[in-house]
Design a binder for this molecule. Structure first.
Ligand SMILES: NC(=O)c1ccc[n+]([C@@H]2O[C@H](COP(=O)([O-])OP(=O)(O)OC[C@H]3O[C@@H](n4cnc5c(N)ncnc54)[C@H](O)[C@@H]3O)[C@@H](O)[C@H]2O)c1
Length: 378
């Protein structure tokens, strides 16, 4: 199979590695050729490390690298069977690229986008043949994260999602099929993990280190929300929240946090700038949280109830089937359990009670329950 990848940034080069490892011939194009050179140099280093750790043979590493061909013109994509676009997150720029691409590739070529937040339907509607267009959403780092969300738009040909599903399986990925809604599965359901944590900190109910500690110790999350925001980049996380909020017509459930906005304004963006909610400079010490059993339980109950409510609402709306909803959160963001199973374990009645209390306390729609939640009481 011949795969074209547009954009050789963080995601593009990772996807190129995945496709080449699975035996595809890859054409890689970026508007900035220096970026492609840099990306290929880094890929060579990664492959050398894998050889060093005996994860792959030297022969295999050479084969992977030789399968990736760097292109200087999009017209080199003429023989592609599938093109995956991974350029800047801008609808107008992506649309222009797709329109140029349609003039080059054959009618059979599948065109896809790795967008995190732009509607697949809106991107496809600008094409001459929108039926061949689909979302294929990898997670960062693409070679390591197993999840791939496959998103057919309203105009996508019905059988295409299953075709891509099988292809992703053959690439060693765990695919799930998602509806074309803001944030798809993972970026939508995960919003309260950050949003509720920020609110608890903003209201001085607990410190970031206490919230992180509570979620790690009581929830078994690998990282707390603030540690994770620092890793993702506070600006990136804030921009996803803003997009989901505006694309859901300002649903108060997804309202962004002022605290996060101020952090982004101050360029306290997390690990990449050396300081975010935590200090990453050389001699900095991570603050020790003041342990408080009762407070920790309140924090955990509040965040987990919001997450489970979001998963139940996604189930109600048919954003994905139950199995895919559970897989997506475990394989896309490393949650220790699927949220629907977790709700059953805690008791949906208790989740509903926690949300009801918050709803009464704050008198805010943010805490409204999914109509399905009460029906799921066990
Ligand atoms: N970074 C993540 O964690 C992540 C995860 C999943 C999806 N995504 C999505 O993947 C896409 C790429 O994100 P990224 O983080 O790899 O970005 P990036 O900034 O690392 O790379 C983007 C690349 O696109 C190139 N580019 C820009 N305009 C172009 C054009 N018109 N033609 C060709 N190349 C062009 C740039 O030179 C750059 O090298 C975005 O849509 C993003 O939303 C990102």
């Amino acid at each position: 199979m011949v795969v074209g990848i547009i954009g050789s940034g963080t995601m593009g080069i990772g996807i190129a590695q995945v496709a080449a490892t699975s035996g595809c011939d890859v054409f890689l194009f970026d508007a900035n050729s220096t970026q492609t050179e840099k990306a290929l140099l880094n890929l060579q280093k990664t492959l050398d490390q894998l050889v060093g750790k005996q994860k792959i043979s030297l022969e295999k590493s050479r084969m992977i690298f030789s399968r990736i061909k760097c292109c200087t013109e999009l017209s080199d994509f003429i023989d592609c069977d599938l093109v995956i676009e991974a350029i800047i997150e801008n609808k107008e720029i992506k649309t222009k690229v797709f329109q140029n691409l349609e003039e080059i590739v054959s009618d059979q070529c599948i065109i896809s986008s790795n967008t995190s937040s732009i509607s697949i339907t809106s991107l496809s509607s600008e094409l001459k043949n929108p039926e061949r267009f689909i979302g294929i959403h990898f997670f960062n780092p693409a070679p390591l994260m197993p999840l791939v969300e496959i998103i057919p738009g309203l105009l996508t040909e019905k059988k295409l999602a299953r075709k891509i599903y099988s292809l992703m399986e053959s690439w060693g990925k765990i695919p799930v099929i998602a509806k074309d809604v803001p944030g798809f599965i993972v970026n939508r359901i995960a919003r309260p993990f950050y949003g509720e944590a920020l609110r608890i900190a903003e209201e001085n109910i607990a410190t970031p280190e206490q919230i992180d500690d509570a979620m790690r110790t009581l929830g078994n999350f690998r990282m707390g929300p603030f540690e994770l925001m620092d890793l993702i980049g506070i600006d990136v996380n804030f921009s996803v929240t803003k997009t989901v909020y505006t694309d859901y017509f300002y649903d108060p459930k997804y309202k962004p946090s002022l605290l996060q906005q101020r952090m982004a304004e101050a360029k306290l963006l997390g690990r990449k700038t050396g300081k975010g909610f935590y200090d990453y400079s050389e001699n900095a010490e991570k603050p020790t949280p003041e342990k408080d059993g009762e407070l920790y339980q309140t924090i955990f109950d509040r965040i987990i109830s919001m997450l489970i409510n979001e998963a139940v609402e996604a189930k109600r709306l048919g954003i994905a089937n139950d199995e895919d909803l559970e897989l997506a959160m475990q394989k896309g963001v490393n949650y220790p359990k699927g949220l629907l199973a977790w709700g059953f374990e805690i008791g949906y009645g208790k989740i509903s009670e926690t949300l009801q209390k918050l709803y009464e306390e704050y008198q805010e729609e943010r805490y409204r329950q999914s109509p399905l939640l009460r029906g799921m009481e066990n």
